[in-house]
Design a protein around this ligand. Structure first.
Ligand code: CP
Ligand code: NVA
Length: 315
C-alpha cells in the first residue's frame, strides 16, 4: 500500500526521529489514502483485527484520546483504557505496568510527563507497539497531522517557511523535526528563556532535507516575516499551570493577532494544535479567520494516526 520502508518495520513512535524521511513520507501518503477511503465510504486495511491497544493518559486530552479510540476501532481493533489511578501513577513501577500489558495487548498509546518515562515503558516491553501521545518534550502525532494539513493545502513542504510563535515546547520540537525532514524551514520565535532547546535544534539539523532546517529568534516580527504559515500553542503547557501568570507577561508580545499576521506572506495559514486559549496566544479574529486550518489539523489527527498504527503493524 506504500513504498518499501527503509527502517524495516518500525515498532515504536516515541519521537518523529524514530521515522526516517521515507517512512515519514510513506505514513503521510497512507494517511491521505485512508482519508480518501473514509470520505468515500470504501473499506480499507484492518491490521488491528483481534488486537487490543491500551490508552494510558496521565494528562487530559480531547483530540488525541478520541482520535486514537476511533483509529483503533476503524482498523479492526479494540481499546482498553485503564483508570487514571493505575496508569503509571506509582501503584507499581512503570516497567511492571509495561510488562503486564505486554502479556495482553498489542500496543500502548501513552501521554505522560517526561520523555524518559515513556522510553522506560517502551524498553521494558520490547514486543509492544508504543506510541507517544504527548510528553513534556515531544508531540510527534501532532506533527504528523500538521504535515498532512500542509500537504493537503500546498501539495508539499519543500521550500516553505513555517513560523512557530511562542513557547519552544513539545509541539514546536516535533513540528520542526517533521517539517524539516520534508524540506521546510521552521522559524521559532520565543521570548528569552523559552527558546527551542539546543538538542532539538541539533536534531533538526541532522534530519533536515532539501534546504530545510530550523531558525530561532526572540523577535516575533522577524519570526513571521514572509512566512507561509504561522503556528502557535498555549503559553503554559499541561504541568506548567503554576507558571501561567508569569508566562503571560513574558509572552504578551508574542500574541498572534491580525497585526502580527500582516507581516507573514499574503494568504499565510494560521495553525494551532488546540486547545487554544483565545485572547492569550491567539485572538478570535485570527483563529476564526478563513486562513485558519486548526480544525483541519484536528481532523487529520485521525487519518495520520490510523496510518501510523497501520505502519507499526507492518502494513
Ligand atoms: N492537540 C492535542 O493533542 O489535543 P488534546 O490535548 O485534546 O489531545
Ligand atoms: N503544549 C501543549 C500541547 C497540548 C496539545 C501541552 O503540552 O499542554
Amino acid at each position: 500500500m506504500h513504498e518499501q520502508l527503509s527502517l524495516g518495520s518500525p515498532t515504536r513512535f516515541l519521537s518523529v526521529l524514530d521515522f526516517d524521511p521515507l517512512t515519514l513520507e510513506a505514513c503521510l501518503d497512507l494517511a491521505a489514502s485512508l482519508k480518501a477511503a473514509r470520505a468515500a465510504g470504501r473499506r480499507h486495511v484492518r491490521p488491528l483485527e483481534g488486537r487490543h491497544v491500551a490508552l494510558l493518559f496521565e494528562k487530559p486530552s480531547l483530540r488525541t484520546r478520541s482520535t486514537f479510540q476511533i483509529a483503533v476501532h476503524e482498523l479492526g481493533g479494540d481499546v482498553v483504557e485503564p483508570p487514571a489511578d493505575v496508569v503509571l501513577g506509582g501503584r507499581e513501577s512503570v516497567a511492571d505496568v509495561a510488562r503486564n500489558l505486554e502479556r495482553w495487548v498489542y500496543g500502548a498509546v501513552i501521554r505522560t510527563f517526561a520523555q524518559a518515562r515513556l522510553e522506560e515503558f517502551a524498553d521494558a516491553a520490547p514486543s509492544l507497539r508504543v506510541v507517544n501521545a504527548l510528553t513534556d518534550e515531544e508531540h510527534p502525532c501532532q506533527a504528523l497531522a500538521d504535515c498532512l494539513t500542509l500537504i493537503d493545502t500546498w501539495g508539499g513542504l519543500r521550500g516553505r517557511t513555517i513560523a512557530f510563535v511562542g513557547d519552544g515546547n513539545n509541539v514546536a520540537a516535533s513540528l520542526a523535526q517533521a517539517a524539516a525532514m520534508l524540506g521546510a524551514t521552521v522559524r521559532v520565535a520565543s521570548p528569552v528563556g523559552f527558546e527551542l532547546p539546543h538538542p532539538v535544534r541539533e536534531s533538526v539539523g541532522a534530519v533536515a532535507r532539501f534546504g530545510g532546517g530550523v531558525v530561532v529568534t526572540n523577535d516575533p516580527i522577524e519570526g513571521v516575516f514572509g512566512a507561509d504559515a504561522v503556528y502557535t500553542d498555549v503559553w503554559a503547557s499541561m504541568g506548567q499551570e503554576s507558571e501561567a501568570d508569569a508566562r503571560r507577561h513574558a509572552f504578551a508580545p508574542f500574541q498572534v493577532n491580525a497585526r502580527l499576521m500582516a507581516h507573514a506572506a499574503p494568504e499565510a495559514l494560521f495553525m494551532h494544535c488546540l486547545p487554544a486559549h483565545r485572547g492569550d496566544e491567539v485572538t478570535d479574529e485570527v483563529i476564526d479567520s478563513p486562513v485558519s486550518v486548526v480544525f483541519d489539523q484536528a481532523e487529520n489527527r485521525l487519518h495520520t494516526q490510523k496510518a501510523l498504527l497501520a505502519i507499526l503493524a507492518g502494513e
